[in-house]
Ligand binder design. Sequence first.
Ligand code: NAG
Length: 336
Amino acid sequence: MNLGGAVKVNKCAVITFIGIVLFIIYVLSATSSTIESLKKSSKNEVNLRKLIIGLILAAKSGGNQVIKISNEPDFGGVKTKGKTQEGVNDYITLADVNSHCQIAYSLWHIFPNLNLISEEDVQKKNCPTDLDFFDLDPSVLGNVQLPDIHVPAQDLTLWIDPLDATKEFTEKLFQYVSVMICVADKKGEAIAGVVYFPFSKRLYWSWRGHGVSENLANIKADLDDNVQNPIAIVSLSHAGKVKDLAKSMLGEKTSIIGAAGSGYKIVQVLEGNATIYLHNTRIKKWDLCAGNALINSVGGRMVTLKRDKISYSANSDHLVEDGLLVEINNHVVNKT
Ligand SMILES: *[C@@H]1O[C@H](CO)[C@@H](O)[C@H](O)[C@H]1NC(C)=O
């Protein structure tokens, strides 16, 4: 009996000892892997709250470059990149270049591992020397509180339009001009976006599930709402054909507004000044991604005319071939 008791005690001691050893091994390995992941995070992880602040400041400082060039004779020299599918000249000015430089290099300065896809592609040596390398000042969020969420930089793709509506910029139709920056996640969904109008200083931003700029806070999609006097906003350069399409969707009473800039047209839908934004030719994804993030954040829809969602993943085509339909109210998507 005594012997059995002693064996029992020894068994207990052995089990406890093994337990302690295993626990120590666990703690050590957990600590070293924490240190590993801390090391990694400082290099490859992005704090999305900080990134949102960075996007807002980058869009504003890009807009400042646009304003600077708007005061120069001939906008620093207007060039054309060829013609669009509609036969309209595809212009580029020093404002497009300098705004791209400002946005790309200020963001890379803080978030060096970000993958950026921009309408322009400019080497640093061709950039202006007065780039603004801002600090991440959280006051640009106003009263909105955002959480710190860390994601690997390689899961994100940023789509940048440093100057939307370049042609109208050269015609001094400055109200249409915007600067757009967007974040897509690894599924290719637009999760955050900033649209900034440098000449009116209006700025809209959203981060899916976490916050929107104060000017979007009271906008909520009402997808069952039937609009009595629908308004379709369409591109100035090809209003004709889209008109018929708009009437077939929304009825004969539909009025048509011609406007430029996809950023501008998307914001008109958000603000209730247009029922729907329609486009029936090809369009580039940097024209859409930021606006898509804003539209998603209020519960609206942005789809192609075939009713497909748009993927913004890094390896996807830069062109949307099947046109565009944007709405926050009238439920056209489900009706037609
Ligand atoms: C929407 O229309 C109203 C009234 O015409 C105007 O004051 C407002 O500036 C428009 N919103 C935008 C974003 O242009």
